[in-house]
Ligand binder design. Structure first.
Ligand SMILES: Cc1cc2nc3c(=O)[nH]c(=O)nc-3n(C[C@H](O)[C@H](O)[C@H](O)COP(=O)(O)OP(=O)(O)OC[C@H]3O[C@@H](n4cnc5c(N)ncnc54)[C@H](O)[C@@H]3O)c2cc1C
Length: 368
């Protein structure tokens, strides 16, 4: 455990905004996590061996992984930010067709994906290079290039901060859909802190491996694999490593690298609506944007396309650049504060509402 005081949230989050957090505590295992939560809730003394801090409790707390989907506000945070740092990956079971691989919440997500690819396991290879940690992946059900993490998660271990005990939650209990889960939506949001995640992956040599079913990925592979490779791999037979490399290359070209440019990736969510929602369907048709049929029966339009058609692509608003390559992405080029981001967000949202009649929603979480 490591305790720090008065730390800028801008240093803990990839959007690089936000004032000071009163305490920041790194926890290396689930028992330390429990100790910190109990201390924050009940008060008392907490020590990391070097520093001793006191709280009268209850003190607000917020859990952070890599800060790639979280934004700090100018006023900072008066409580404790807990950084999840438990880092391990383990193959815990294997049959002829699949394997169960688990990882600690603080493991870097892409380290986990690379581990699976190096072992020729299929299931998360298209989620290559998504910034952040394993523990945050289930929270908003990360997805990219035709895969969603909900397709492969078997269960998580979590600390139930209400019952104050560790629990196992199965995939069905997590209510995972596009960017929404038990962890971030509804009455239980924020209740569970994930300490490890277990995935069911396929042995890629076994039949039943999933093909890439995302157009831009397929196109990239068609155009970039050499003739010899094309003979070896048919549509259904790309090894995970080829898909991992393909997705990494596409992302490298299209998305900002958080170590270079400040952003939270997609700043707005795509728009999902029930197919029975005739009003939304009429607006979607009028917008001229492509309407997608999703596997859960809903329809979707890409908010990035609306932002582009509303004329915001490439624009610099209050120090925030609307990415030219991916209009859902806002890059913090020179914003001085959260207030600048809020002003840019308001302009884009109002522009889209005005032109297309859709209210758009922010994807990243805010520390409040
Ligand atoms: C350049 C870029 C590209 C991106 N591309 C994608 C993409 O393709 N697809 C996609 O889905 N997302 C994408 N994202 C968003 C982001 O990478 C993911 O949401 C990722 O899962 C965030 O991980 P993190 O550890 O940084 O989460 P954080 O930002 O630290 O936390 C996010 C939320 O999860 C909660 N949380 C974190 N850890 C835990 C835990 N252990 N238990 C319970 N709650 C927890 C936090 O309280 C917060 O509410 C992108 C972001 C960037 C910057």
């Amino acid at each position: 455990m490591k305790i720090r005081e008065n730390v800028l949230i801008s240093e803990l989050t990839t959007m690089r905004l936000g004032g000071e957090a009163r305490y920041v505590i790194e926890v290396d295992n689930k028992w330390q996590l429990k100790t910190v939560i109990d201390w924050a809730e009940d008060g008392g003394e907490l020590s990391d061996g070097k520093k001793i801090i006191q709280s009268e409790g209850p003190l607000p707390w917020f859990v952070l992984g890599g800060g790639a989907n979280t934004i700090g506000r100018d006023e900072g945070f008066p409580g404790v930010i807990i950084l999840m740092r438990e880092n391990w990956i383990d193959i815990i079971d294997a049959t002829e067709e699949n394997v169960m691989v688990a990882a600690g919440a603080g493991t870097v997500w892409d380290d986990f994906v690379r581990f699976t690819v190096e072992h020729n396991f299929s299931g998360v290879e298209c989620l290559a290079k998504i910034p952040g940690t394993v523990g945050a992946a289930p929270v908003q059900n990360i997805g990219a290039y035709g895969q969603e993490v909900s397709q492969t998660i078997d269960h998580v271990e979590a600390y139930d901060t209400v019952a104050r005990e560790f629990v196992i939650l199965g995939r069905d209990e997590m209510k995972m859909s596009y960017r929404e889960t038990l962890f971030n939506t509804g009455p239980e949001a924020g209740r569970y802190i994930i300490t490890s995640v277990a995935f069911i992956l396929y042995d890629a040599d076994f039949e039943g491996m999933r093909p890439p079913f995302y157009n831009s990925l397929q196109k990239y592979l068609d155009e970039n694999l050499g003739a010899k490779d094309k003979e070896i791999y048919n549509l259904e037979g790309y090894p995970p490593e080829v898909l991992y490399n393909g997705v990494s290359a596409i992302r490298g070209d299209k998305l900002p690298d958080p170590s270079v440019s400040a952003s939270s990736g997609s700043f707005f969510r795509n728009i999902y609506f029930e197919s029975s929602n005739t009003e939304a369907l009429a607006l979607a048709e009028k917008s001229g944007c492509k309407i997608y049929d999703k596997p859960d029966g809903r329809k979707m339009i890409n908010t990035g396309a609306l932002i582009e058609k509303a004329g915001f692509s490439g624009k610099l608003l209050h120090g925030m650049r609307v990415s030219e390559k991916a209009s859902l992405v806002l890059i913090n080029e020179s914003a001085k504060s959260y207030a600048d981001l809020a002003a840019a967000r308001a302009e884009i949202s109002a522009g889209v509402l005005d032109k297309f009649g859709f209210e758009i929603r922010q994807e990243p979480v805010e520390i409040v």
